[in-house]
Write a protein that binds this ligand. Structure first.
Ligand SMILES: [Zn+2]
Length: 42
């Protein structure tokens, strides 16, 4: 996944059973990607 702001390849920041969090090393944009079948809302 690339940063939507500057296009730099993002790195893993954190990962849980529900989501994966990416952070951009350049502008520190953070993207949270929710995993399928693990949505918060019913
Ligand atoms: Zn960025």
């Amino acid at each position: 996944m690339n940063c939507p702001a500057c296009g730099v390849r993002m790195s893993y920041n954190d990962e849980t059973t529900k989501l994966t969090e990416f952070v951009c090393p350049r502008c520190h944009e953070t993207i949270i990607e929710y995993k399928s079948r693990a949505r918060m809302a019913p």
